[in-house]
Design a binder for this molecule. Structure first.
Ligand code: LLP
Length: 429
């Protein structure tokens, strides 16, 4: 986007841009879309999804890499369908996500099932569907999975998610590869856990897995983790346990403001170089990118309701809130703010806040903008961990979602109604 407000913006993002003074998603003017469908409104660009996918494809070339989209980032069926069409696999973390993959026509043979708390019914559903692999996170889970598989007369393919104890240098809430995190099996215990897995009748060992964190803007933690995993793979070989694939999880960051995240190519080139150097060039690689495939493919449109000039701060109170976009409240996250139809006027430093009764209900802070009530704003980089984390707090209906394709738009999720919110509740007689 071109910045009309001297704020950092998604420089170089071709799919959201100003034309005739109005912000567009591809060929669709966002002012008329907001008018027609109301706000808050999530708008995704199909071309942006395809471009993000292509940057992984180009980086892969003809090397043996399976991309399993970390669908927790954005699990709208239309988004999943796009990735399925492009040939993606999926990283799921629940029976619900499996249902979505199947509904979107995804290939279960390209699904990896991650997560620390898989229940027996979820294991059964995944075995019935025929997923590629379970990324197992504890010894207790190995036992349960073996029992479930055996009861179905099957063997489950497993990778152990190893916690390599590396610092991903990202926000503590989205860092997962440190000893104190709940995720994975500590690297020191991994060999024993693999021995357990090898001894269980319902399991087949196929891989080694890790995921060290999200929104990584420095590439080196991946290599710290990789070296530890390669040591483990060589150790396993000495006790007769061989694996076919190495899963490095997701985590590549995106630009929210002025970050310069590493590219898929930078990651893959170095990973394969190190595999070759260790004589492990035959290993297949699995990646589970979420944010980097969808984060910059979406914006959240919201309308300014009131301007309020308090003694210490200027507030723009908008119709989106922390229930629509939780990231600022939860992680102190930065999302760019762009007026959809910028107009002349003096700029003022505004805090963009919602109507929810919490001081944490803010979306952006101290942004220089020229605003009037009724203006529509676009919150940038709202394609990942945005709508999926929405809630109904304050009995607010969740936003609608739209996918733009060229000069067409498609409603890919209806706005929730207040009746939807009350459905299923009852009072005592
Ligand atoms: N694989 C596993 C096992 C994961 O736990 C995650 C994300 C991914 C893949 C995808 O990671 P990505 O490529 O998107 O970084 N809600 C937070 C992010 C939580 C990430 C959770 N795990 C946020 O809004 O920043």
């Amino acid at each position: 986007m071109t910045s009309h407000s001297a704020q950092p913006s998604l420089i170089g993002h071709p799919h959201f841009h100003y034309k005739n003074g109005v912000l567009h998603a591809e060929g669709v003017a966002l002012d008329s879309l907001a008018n027609q469908l109301g706000t808050p409104l999530y708008v995704y660009s199909r071309a942006a999804l395809a471009q993000a996918w292509q940057s992984y494809r180009d980086a892969i070339g003809d090397r043996p890499v399976l991309i399993c989209y970390g669908m927790k980032a954005n699990s709208n069926l239309a988004v999943l369908k796009e990735f399925a069409r492009l040939g993606s696999g999926f990283d799921i973390v629940s029976g619900g996500e499996l249902k979505r993959v199947l509904a979107a026509g995804g290939d279960p043979a390209k699904v990896v099932f991650s997560g620390v708390g898989k229940q027996a019914w979820e294991m059964r559903a995944a075995l019935e569907a025929g997923v590629k692999c379970f990324n197992v996170e504890s010894e207790a889970e190995l036992h349960r999975l073996s029992e479930v598989a055996q009861s179905m007369g099957q063997r489950a393919s497993v990778s152990l998610r190893v916690n390599p104890d590396v610092d991903a240098q990202t926000h503590p809430y989205i860092s997962t590869g440190l000893k104190e995190n709940k995720f994975g099996i500590a690297i020191e215990s991994a060999l024993d856990a693999y021995r357990t897995a090898a001894s269980l009748p319902g399991l087949d060992i196929v891989g080694v897995d890790c995921h060290i964190g999200s929104q990584l803007t420095d590439i080196s933690p991946y290599f710290d983790a990789l070296e530890k995993l390669l040591d483990l793979i060589q150790q396993l070989a000495t006790v007769g346990i061989t694996v076919q694939h190495l899963d490095l999880g997701g985590g590549l960051g995106i630009r929210y403001t002025d970050e310069v995240p590493p590219s898929p190519k930078a990651l893959l080139d170095q990973v394969f170089e190190r595999l070759q150097a260790r004589g492990l060039g035959h290993l297949h690689l699995v990646l589970e990118p979420g944010r980097s495939l969808v984060g910059n493919a979406g914006v959240l449109l919201t309308t300014v309701q009131y301007l309020k000039h308090a003694p210490a701060r200027n507030f723009a109170i908008v119709d989106a809130a922390m229930n629509d976009l939780l990231r600022p409240a939860l992680y102190d996250a930065y999302h760019g703010v762009q007026p959809v139809s910028p107009h002349d006027g003096d700029t003022t430093q505004y805090d963009i806040v919602g109507p929810v009764c919490e001081s944490a209900d803010w979306l952006a802070r101290q942004r220089p903008l020229a605003l009037q009530a009724g203006d529509v704003l676009a919150l940038e980089s709202a394609g990942a961990y945005a709508m999926v984390m929405a809630s109904n707090y304050n009995t607010r209906a969740r936003a609608a979602e739209v996918m733009v394709d060229g000069d067409q738009h498609y409603i890919v999720r209806q706005r929730e109604t207040l009746d939807d919110l009350l459905r299923g509740e009852s009072t005592l007689p």
